[in-house]
Ligand binder design. Sequence first.
Ligand code: BES
Ligand code: MN
Ligand code: MN
Length: 466
Amino acid sequence: MERSTITDYIGSNKERMLNELLELLRIPSVSADAKYKDDVLKTAEAVKNRLKEAGADNVEICQTKGYPVVYGEKIIDKNKPTVIVYGHYDVQPADPLELWDSPPFEPVIKKTAIHPDGAIFARGSCDDKGQMYMHVKAFEIMMRTNTLPCNVKFMIEGEEEVGSANLGAWIVANKAKLRGDVILISDTSLIANDTPSIDTGLRGLAYMEVEVVGPNRDLHSGVYGGAVANPINVLCKIIASCHDENKHITIPNFYDDVLELTAAQRKEMEKAPFNLENYKKDLAIEDVYGEKGYSTIERSGIRPTLDVNGIWGGYTGEGAKTVLPSKAFAKISMRLVPNQSSEKISAIFQKYFESVAPKGVKIKVKPHHGGEPVVVNMDSAAYTAASRAMEETYGKKPVPTRGGGSIPIVALFKQELGLDSILMGFGLDSDALHSPNEHYGLFNYYKGIETIPLFYKHYSQLYNAK
Ligand code: BES
Ligand code: MN
Ligand code: MN
């Protein structure tokens, strides 16, 4: 297919393609909060209808133990390859609401310095409704212009933002349905709009909740303070002990399985364009902070981390209340890198917290969701196809990078289906995903729609040639 066929089609359908996405963004499909259950289900219904309209067959809402998977397919020829498109229709909670400049589920388009053509401000605009919907529109283009060169299967899930805990079982139960050749995902970031890139890895995740229990009730901090362990003090001390002065993680055996990159691989990574001054400016920080001996790109891409996501306990209301709290809590996540196992790391984390806690408190450690790290094989027809597609639309070869985030199901695609994933994302890290004022550039949206059919083209050509 010619690139001009795609751009012509986009040109005459621009407004509608945007309005359809805005419609999806108006449904608050927050998977973490049961209050939004009907909206999450309504979003699945909407995705199903959009897939049908675009021309998919056998479109269905597949039940899982949690939120459903929307499935649809177009099989044109059994001898042609099959691309499986994965994405998610659920979004992160919008809180803290007061920090949004416009309501999170009432999308508005505004220009920014990075997005001079305008960006859609709404929760899920970039992660992942906007990126997922590009695939539906790209499919529509190939259907309407009779240029779909291979088979395609869509699986759009509704629990990614809560760890995809029920999706693994669904995949195992639907192996025949999911027979295919490669998984194509747009749920990651580019380096910049003039610097295309493809993620060649994702970090894994071990997410823990810790509860520290001291005395059987909140105490007067004057009467008992100094004589009884304060659970918040204890929790803070343990958390602080998890890093040493070089910001290495101190939990015994934490780095045992970490696959170190070779000097050559690290040198290759350093080639990716990165401007530390802009990075700091974007975040309004005076300096970066992290593990000694590694660059910022390495710290956020190839090194494991331990971060407190939330911590609470005691009195946090107005004024001062003198109290020695009975309990303290924290949610702590660890990002994992290739060869680390979320189960193993969860276990050593638990052991460490239990072993260092003083006798005056009890510690309960509860693992939440996890996910395994991934490395993408760059030596494949699919990677070459993605690279060629982006080169065609951006005029530059994409740079391989490592994404610091996690998409838990990707490791299972490999493990259960034997399939590699291509992480061809079009968002920007500065698009505020998971944060207030999340947005997605119109340039990025249309560029994605334009690039995806070219992936199909190049992939089919390479596949037929082998
Ligand atoms: N799309 C992100 C992951 C991502 C973002 C990867 C940017 C690379 C670059 C995904 O929706 C996400 O947020 N994943 C969660 C997983 C968790 C909830 C299990 C994450 O990384 O925190
Ligand atoms: Mn996502
Ligand atoms: Mn996300």
